[in-house]
Design a protein. Structure first.
Length: 258
């Protein structure tokens, strides 16, 4: 059980072909473009973001890289905001490149399923700078840009806990980009299964969704990655910050929600 934990809000900056985009259920071809990724990152930092979740989608799908854009974001927000970078980090070369950007944290996904011994070594060497992304459909992991199955999530957690993993990011692939709300039951099951802190991702649509996640801090939910709802204007980042404060009245921290 976690007490006194700061709940982190992580605006997502997903990059494809040099542009900030959002996908629906992680599917290639469903992109909605939101322009310059560096400008997007700058906007969230200027509004008070303390963390950014930056994903190189082209590297994740094995179709290229946005390394220059990722590095530019880290430079842009240096000394003002923490950055975690993700997407296609599966070997020593891609890991070294991600760490070299100066990002505070590197997120490993597919490799945690396909190369568990390598990931265990990476966790042992880099500790707090490594997070593992658990992208799931039901309780089955999704790998390779969410295009392949990767085994049972709870078995993976047991293995990663034994390796000393410090952070998990849990994404319900079927809700990501849909604005249908988080999979609270799944998050509860995962948080109950592990003592490792969990960041929730996928489906967040309203300030009420975020407040419900904040109420799960004692269970081990310590943050949320938020994408489409922010970009589409469902709420502002300052409203998000207000939403994670101790709640007195729904109307004091945000507009009416559908």
């Amino acid at each position: 059980m976690l007490t006194g934990t700061r709940f982190e809000l992580l605006p997502a900056v997903d990059i494809a072909d040099g542009t900030a985009v959002r996908l629906v259920q992680g599917a290639a071809g469903t992109e909605t473009s939101y322009g310059d990724p560096v400008a997007a990152a700058r906007q969230w930092v200027e509004q008070g973001a303390y963390w950014l979740h930056v994903v190189d989608l082209d590297r994740a799908f094995g179709r290229g890289t946005n390394a220059d854009e990722v590095a530019a974001i880290v430079r842009e927000v240096k000394d003002r905001c923490h950055v975690e970078v993700a997407g296609g980090i599966r070997d020593d070369e891609s890991l070294a490149a991600a760490l070299a950007t100066g990002a505070q944290r590197v997120v490993i996904g597919t490799a945690a399923m396909e190369s568990p011994a390598w990931v265990a070594g990476v966790i042992a060497e880099h500790g707090e700078r490594i997070a593992v992304s658990l992208d799931v459909r039901g309780t089955t992991l999704a790998a390779r840009g969410w295009t392949q199955e990767g085994g049972d999530v709870f078995e993976a957690i047991d293995r990663l806990d034994a390796a000393g993993c410090r952070h998990y990011i849990v994404t319900d692939v079927e809700r990501d980009g849909t604005l249908h709300g988080p999979h609270f039951h799944l998050l509860h099951r995962i948080a109950k299964h592990t003592a490792t802190p969990v960041i929730a991702s996928g489906g967040i649509a309203t300030l009420e969704d975020v407040h419900k996640l904040v109420e799960m801090i004692p269970q081990g939910i310590v943050g949320a990655v938020i994408g489409r709802a922010l970009y589409d204007g469902a709420f502002t980042f300052p409203e998000l910050v207000a939403a994670i404060e101790p709640r007195i009245d729904l109307w004091t921290w945000g507009p009416p929600q559908p």
